[in-house]
Design a binder for this molecule. Structure first.
Ligand code: NAX
Ligand code: ADP
Ligand code: K
Length: 478
């Protein structure tokens, strides 16, 4: 897990660092990381460094100095004519060549790598017009771009770009990732992201991004003494006469994630389809540890749906509430419910336009989590799980192949399994979203949601084997 921090928090940490370590030179650490990565990305040929007026430009110019000092041809373009004074002197001393904007543009087709050091965490969104033309030309010519800290033009703390920016193949950032590095669609403009520890002490994050190790450690693996009941019994009330497939998909997700026992209580037609495909599922009511409701309910039988949700509420059990069930939410829901809207459903829950949610997903997911006082998993290219406290957990990302009808049903089933196993709602949401993404990444391609669900055992099995083999080599305590 890695903490995601705002530009403001990074600046405050930097101020504290310099108070405690007067004379320390973080810029050299940053520049070294950039020049090391540049040498890997472009082992031969010319590197063109585009330099802005602040410390981001300083990082870039010192990186150019490092490259030239190592015998690599480096050229610098100071986009405002001004740059970090010591970095200019250092770069000149080792023979970095300085060029103007028209030379930079002319030579672009022949450079191996562009280092974008125009704006960092001090940047406002957007680029100077001449730089905007240059950034677009880099894109058009497919020139690899290495961005320093953030692709210039992006807003560090936002996931939705509002202006032209550089589009990096790789970004070297410092201290911690920022929202633009982890939230789509901005994250796509950052390429692969590398975080360099420059020694800052950061506060406890209120936004964190999971990685595969977290999933392995938190997953409710069965123990030797488990039985089907202790692993968790999930009640599934999904599907309708019109949408029986949603019942099959949600049950497929739950079963392939490893639910101890499933009791399906939805419509008969769906039950028959489920039994044909998954004979281990039991049909009819009985004791359960958690409920999964709403996938494929459709817009008919609204009163019956509202009553079924009310019954789940009165049971006091945890529940995944998905899709059409989100329309019937009472004013308050029990602690331990996991609401799983996509952007459109969240917009309807809050009475705003979908686009408003897409522009600032975290703010709106936080509003819903606070309003219903329970965990919300906002689905989409980036999946945010928000608790009523406002803490955000971002799931492991996956490929866009998952964006197809029925993927949400599978995801709801996986989350249901995790709730039944006893995990808190936020963790069930974060793990469920992560493993679905990992399964899609494991089998990239236009595989239908059911195939991705059936890939889960392989992915979870691999994770379990890796976890166990690591545990195996741990030194035995004397
Ligand atoms: N905080 C850290 O941990 C570290 C920071 N370092 C570097 O320092 C950078 C921050 O430096 P600065 O605070 O000097 O800020 P920047 O270098 O990001 O840019 C600020 C300058 O650009 C101008 N500007 C901002 N947006 C503009 C726009 N859209 N159009 C035109 N001009 C614009 C500002 O007025 C200011 O003069 C970081 O991104 C990073 O690269 C590193 O040197 C070391 C570690
Ligand atoms: N661009 C994307 N990249 C990766 N996953 C995506 C992307 N867009 C959507 N998804 C995933 O696809 C699923 C779609 O859910 P949803 O819209 O509820 O589908 P349905 O209701 O048809 O099952 C979600 O799990 C979401 O995380
Ligand atoms: K930059």
């Amino acid at each position: 897990m890695i903490g995601v921090h705002s530009a403001q928090v990074i600046r405050e940490a930097e101020d504290r660092f310099f108070e405690e370590n007067p004379g320390a030179d973080l810029m050299q650490i940053a520049a070294r990381a950039v020049s090391d990565r540049a040498r890997e990305m472009a082992p031969t040929g010319v590197t063109l460094v585009v330099v802005g007026p602040g410390n981001n430009g300083g990082d870039g110019l010192f990186a150019a100095r490092n490259l030239a000092a190592a015998g690599r041809p480096a050229v610098a373009w100071l986009v405002t004519g001004q740059a970090h004074p010591q970095a200019v002197i250092a770069a000149r001393q080792v023979g970095v060549k300085f060029v103007d904007s028209s030379t930079a543009m002319h030579m672009l087709p022949d450079v191996m790598l562009v280092i974008d050091a125009v704006l960092g965490i001090g940047g406002r969104p957007g680029l100077f017009p001449v730089v905007e033309r240059f950034a677009t030309a880099c894109d058009d010519l497919c020139i690899p771009v290495l961005s320093v800290d953030v692709p210039s033009g992006l807003s560090t703390d936002e996931v939705t770009p509002t202006a032209t920016s550089f589009r990096a193949a790789h970004t070297v950032t410092f201290a911690a990732p920022k929202l633009c590095h982890v939230g789509e669609p901005a994250a796509e403009r950052c390429g692969s992201v590398e975080v360099i520890d420059v020694g800052l002490s950061l506060p406890e994050p209120d936004v964190r991004r999971l990685d595969e190790v977290d999933i392995a450690r938190w997953w409710p693996w069965p123990t030797a003494v488990d039985d089907k009941y202790s692993r968790g019994v999930l009640g599934i009330d999904t599907g309708s006469e019109r949408y029986p497939g949603a019942a099959v998909l949600s049950t497929t997700g739950a079963l392939n994630a490893g639910t101890g026992m499933i009791r399906f209580v939805g419509p008969e037609r769906a039950a028959n389809l489920i039994l044909d495909a998954m004979p281990s599922v039991t049909i009819g009511p009985g004791r359960v540890e958690a409920w999964l409701m709403g996938c494929g309910w459709g817009k008919q039988d609204r009163d019956a749906h509202a009553a079924r949700l009310q019954a789940a509420l009165e049971s006091g059990l945890p529940a995944v509430v998905d899709a059409d069930a989100l329309e019937h939410l009472p004013k308050t829901v029990p602690d331990g419910w996991l609401l799983t809207p996509h952007a459109g459903e969240l917009a309807a829950m809050l009475g705003v336009h979908r686009r408003v949610v897409e522009v600032d997903p975290i703010r709106h997911a936080r509003q819903a989590a606070a309003r219903w006082n329970t965990a919300v998993l906002l689905k989409g290219a980036t999946q945010y799980v928000v608790e009523p406290s406002g803490r955000v957990t971002i799931a492991v990302p996956g490929p866009a192949w998952t964006a197809q009808a029925g993927s949400g049903d599978v995801l709801a089933g996986i989350c249901g399994m995790l709730l039944a196993a006893g995990l808190p709602a936020w963790q069930a949401g974060a793990l469920g979203a992560s493993v679905q993404a990992m399964a899609a990444a494991h089998k990239p391609g236009p595989f239908p949601p059911a195939v991705i669900a059936r890939t889960l055992p392989e992915v979870l099995g691999g994770l379990w084997t890796t976890l166990r083999s690591r545990a195996f080599v741990l030194p035995v305590e004397q």
